[in-house]
Design a protein around this ligand. Structure first.
Ligand code: SAM
Length: 277
């Protein structure tokens, strides 16, 4: 029988539990800008804001919501939100943040592939963003979960790191853009050892081992189509929402791009797909 990668997923979950304490630490570096969020000064990134449909009045499911700050931004835009994540620490922090911000939201803990057994509802919209798919071994199973939760006529929005960018060496500070990692999916994950938090590279993490999977754009799109969705757009972007390589330079607010003297490979992509009525 093929592995369900529960050991690797469990290690990853422990890594995420450890990261929550750093990412959501308002007394420390506050890399996610939670203080600004609580003052009503943080919104989604320009990429999402330029393409996302109006969510006011919609029921919306945010899969892999981390500690829920984006979920709560979508609630501020008028959606009735449910956030879902497998990290207990993340869900606990999300509920704390909702209370602190005075926003009505529901947060549920569980593994993505078990979500249909844990959430007894369908939604007008499903939202996934930034650094979510690389934690999932099975992209076809993920697409079926997305489709399961959409009402007929509902839409799915994804904004994600581009797998072409993920092939690039991300530590060199010299002026070369080097291919280091594969582009195509393999069943077995790539193992990384990441000693510090991406939001605050001064803080050493208690758990450093992660296992990540590559999902080429073609497989993501085809999985959604196979799961019954119709693609409305697929956009490739020259910017991404974090400094993924040390030589990226600021682009639009809270986004980064290649400097002008390096090849402008796609750094992220986004898509919208609908479930036919
Ligand atoms: C980078 S975060 C998501 C991005 C979020 N938009 C953000 O910027 O904070 C990835 C999230 O995926 C969650 N996750 C990873 N694998 C999962 C799984 N199998 N089921 C549910 N959640 C998972 C992690 O706990 C983590 O909170």
């Amino acid at each position: 029988m093929a592995s369900d990668y529960s050991k690797e997923k469990d290690l990853n979950r422990r890594y995420w539990d450890a990261l929550v304490a750093v990412n959501a630490d308002t007394d420390g570096y506050d890399g996610y800008d939670i203080k600004a969020f609580l003052q009503g000064e943080r919104d989604l990134h320009p990429i999402e804001l330029s393409e996302l449909d109006d969510v006011a009045g919609l029921s919306l499911l945010h899969l892999q919501c981390h500690f829920g700050m984006d979920t709560l931004m979508l609630a501020r835009r008028g959606a009735t939100v449910t956030g879902f994540d497998y990290s207990a620490a993340a869900i606990e922090k999300a509920r704390w943040l909702a209370g602190k911000a005075g926003i009505d939201a529901r947060f549920i803990q569980g593994d993505l592939y078990q979500a249909p057994a844990l959430i007894d509802a369908t939604f007008d919209a499903v939202f996934v963003s930034w650094g979510a798919l690389n934690w999932l071994p099975d992209i076809q199973g993920w697409a079926r979960v997305v489709s399961h939760f959409l009402k007929p006529g509902g839409w799915f929005y994804l904004a994600e790191a581009h797998p072409v960018m993920n092939t690039i060496e991300d530590e060199n500070t010299d002026d070369t853009v080097r291919v280091r990692y594969p582009y195509f999916h393999k069943p077995d994950p790539i193992r990384f050892d990441t000693p510090t938090a991406y939001s605050d590279n001064r803080t050493t993490l208690a758990v450093t081992e992660t296992h990540e999977w590559i999902h080429p754009v073609g497989e993501v799109v085809t999985s959604l189509i196979d799961a019954g969705l119709r693609l409305e757009f697929l956009h490739e972007h020259q910017e991404i929402t974090w400094r993924a390589m040390p030589y990226l330079v600021p682009g639009q607010p809270r986004q980064y791009r290649m400097p002008d003297d390096r090849p402008n490979i796609p750094l992220s992509y986004s898509l919208k797909a609908v479930k036919p009525a």
